[in-house]
Design a protein around this ligand. Structure first.
Ligand code: HXC
Length: 260
């Protein structure tokens, strides 16, 4: 598939997916979400990619939401289908074996905030702004915002953001736990690449099993969750990287992981 609305590249084991509709502040139309789906499906089966970074092009916006102009004339069935399409793609992002970092370089509104919440964690530039403005358009969040934002920041802040439709700045997003770090815009990609490379240096299977255990655990009770953890923990001892990681410690050298 040739991409018109996103950019994708891989360097040093880090995939970079950039939403690239800067004239529309990277709003998500159907063509963009379809390209994201294609890209994410390819990332899922590419073991050379250890970490995926998602960002927006330009210096103003990460993603300013779903494309309002495209959505404006939908009937209820079409609206529902559009919501489910986006939900499914964001769930594919959330379920990617590799960690996904959102590098939020500006507006993360509506579907943009929802996209960031489907990522494992978020770093933001100082000019970033977050919000769920849907109720001001006569709709609810529809790409997972009522569920994932609530799980990231808790019910009180999620409800305030969703009911008011207001925007918060990066510092407030940091204070409520929506983003892990706030940095000057010029430094955002360097800082994100630094943490991505730090993750990429670790044993890939162990990182991916950790992600699966955390993600599956938040959807079930703690007894089920820790029993899942015991299974993935045990499985790690079947990997060459477990032998390499522990062997390197004992031999006082740096491990050379192979992902096997
Ligand atoms: C379509 C959008 C857009 C969007 C911006 N643009 N956001 N087009 N859909 N979500 C377009 C504008 O129409 C304009 O193009 C260009 O981008 C620049 O935007 P401006 O408004 O001129 O910029 P500015 O004055 O700086 O204001 C920035 C802004 C504002 C505050 C981000 O654009 C804004 O409020 N955008 C909408 C944000 C929003 O409500 N998002 C939630 C969408 S609903 P033209 O060609 O007109 O100049 C949603 C639901 C998800 O996400 C779930 C669906 C199932």
């Amino acid at each position: 598939m040739e991409y018109q609305n996103i950019l994708f590249s891989v360097e040093d084991g880090i995939g970079m997916l950039t939403i690239n509709r800067p004239k529309a502040l990277n709003a998500l139309n159907a063509a963009t979400v379809a390209e994201m789906k294609d890209c994410v499906e390819k990332v899922a089966v590419n073991s050379d990619i250890k970490v995926l970074v998602i960002t927006g092009s330009g210096d103003k916006s990460f993603v300013a939401g779903a494309d309002i102009k495209e959505m404006a004339t939908k009937n209820p069935a079409e609206g529902r289908a559009w919501g489910i399409f986006g939900q499914n793609v964001f769930t594919e992002i959330e379920k990617l074996p590799q960690p996904v970092i959102a590098a939020i370089n500006g507006f993360a509104l509506g579907g943009g905030c929802e996209l960031s919440c489907a990522c494992d964690f978020r770093y933001a530039s100082e000019n970033a702004k977050f919000g769920q403005p849907e109720v001001g358009l006569g709709i609810t969040p529809g790409f997972g915002g009522t569920q994932r934002l609530t799980r990231v920041v808790g019910r009180g802040y999620a409800k305030e953001l969703i009911y008011t439709g207001g925007m918060i700045d990066a510092q407030e997003a940091h204070r409520i736990g929506l983003v892990n770090k706030v940095v000057p815009q010029a430094e955002l990609m360097d800082v994100v690449m630094k943490v991505a490379k730090k993750i990429a240096k670790n044993a890939p299977v162990a990182v991916q099993m950790s992600k699966a255990a955390i993600n599956n655990g938040v959807n079930c009770d703690v007894v089920t969750g820790i029993s899942y953890e015991a299974e993935v923990f045990g499985l790690c001892f079947a990997t060459a990287d477990q032998k390499e990681g522990m062997g390197a410690f004992v031999e006082k050298r740096k491990p050379a992981f192979t992902g096997k």
